[in-house]
Design a protein around this ligand. Sequence first.
Ligand code: KG4
Ligand code: ZN
Length: 353
Amino acid sequence: MRILGIETSCDETSLALLNLNRGKLKIESIIISSQTKLHARLGGVVPELAARRHNETIVPLLHDALNQAKVKPSQIDLMAVTSGPGLITALQVGVETAKTLAAAWHKPLLGINHIEGHLVSPFLSPTNWPLVSKASTWPAVALVISGGHTELYLMRSLGQRKFLGKTLDDAAGEAFDKVAKMLKLPYPGGPQVAKLALQGNKQAFTFPRPLLKNNDYNFSFSGLKTAVLYTLQKYQTAQITTKLKADICASFQQASLDVLINKTLRAAKQYKARSIIVSGGVSANQALRQELTKQVKIDMPNVKLFFPELSFTGDNAAMIALAAAIKIKNFKPNKLIKSWQKLQANANWELWN
Ligand code: KG4
Ligand code: ZN
């Protein structure tokens, strides 16, 4: 089965062709066109500009994806598009383009939840993919950490999940981005905070670890972000040196990671997980990867740890195509041939609901 994936939920226009043949997974093409430069000048994603840029680029990028894979539209079996959650103006570009193509090409089309895409993204790697079908991989505890979401799930297989908890306010990535803004670091902030944290002392400031001791699996990052703001307000502008910024970044990052790691490990223990799966933009964070790997080795040495390849931590269409493949068990294209007619973008489509 060959799937064309389309992703435009935020500030990446992405198209991918994924081939799943007799259990073998091949990414035949992947295009990720980032709008970072466009939004950097304005310090954050401007939905209207994002949608306009998606509109300008999506058709040429579709051609690139088909050319890269040397595939003709007639060779596509299924189409998959992110239909929520995300910025409505941005989502609509992907969804309406996908609907037009599905109608013109007579292809079945599935609307995919963006978070469902992130959840499966670690299995886009050729080494991880074969482990999906192994009983020894499941159950797994899955942490999704992106710019808009922080959610924890229990997964019995790649397609079966139970919601465990989520952030009650800001997402982890959002907190990284807001702290970066307070420190006047360039956009996008998360990677900048992580970079500066490398030079800082993570014990310089004792920031709160919100909800760390609560028994549930919910998170909260807005109090931590405010604690950073109050700390900064104690200093005159001239005193806010790179050294101070680095210490704040390191201390803030450590507080965030302590909560994320502690809760994930606790869930893994409670549900006797055989794997821990981490995905979303923040899963690119090297300190998180190192610390979680270290703690799993000490605490639960038999538990497997899955991260996406770095190129698939952020938004991409390959994960959307894979999520569609997993959703569709007994593929009957004729039954889905008119599925495009009912598809609508839904900015508030939450997976945990
Ligand atoms: O999954 P993603 O690309 O987009 C959303 O679905 O939101 O996640 C983007 C988020 C941003 O908040 C960005 O600052 C954060 O991921 N991020 C990082 C790192 N790289 C990206 N946060 C911390 N450390 C990083 N290395
Ligand atoms: Zn995302």
